[in-house]
Design a protein around this ligand. Sequence first.
Ligand SMILES: [Zn+2]
Length: 207
Amino acid sequence: MKLIFLGPPGAGKGTIAKIIVKEKGFAHISTGDLFRAAIKNQTELGVKVKSIIDAGDLVPDELTIALVKERLNQDDIADGFILDGFPRTIAQADALASFCEIDSVINFEIEDEKIIQRLSGRRLCKECGEGFHTKFMPPKVENVCDKCNGELYIRKDDQPESIKNRLVVYEKSTQPLIDYYKDKGLLVNIDASGKPEDVSKSVLESF
Ligand SMILES: [Zn+2]
């Protein structure tokens, strides 16, 4: 299976991908990981990406596409793969279609309120970076790290106002892609509001 995962921040895409990768032996391909690996290994593309990021610029489509194309030529994708964070634009989707036939595009749907609840409960330790969640993984003592007694804080990105902005940006940039894959008959909507094991089950049952 050649899959694309689409979903807003907080939909749990990464967690679901991990479960499915474990079960099916697919490769999990995220562009963030690809950038980091290319830079670390100082590949030709990696050197280019690094100079662009260092200059504070956005990595252009053609470089991202080239990295994904290179990745999809490796042997470990024989059993299938999940593309996570790619494509982000119609231009990227068109380019992908020119060298790879995707089987299914999984669109994780979840209400904004639920995402805000999930993300705004996240807490990080100022000292050691350990993560907690006020509802799903609360520390033993409120606002104190279980591991080192450090003070917990909320990442700026996880403040309710920032989350709302991220969701607006996500929706605006992703809706064209959702329409694009719907037109091609590849889109599968999955309710992502449940537990990760239930959501991953729905995904697995969809193909
Ligand atoms: Zn700590």
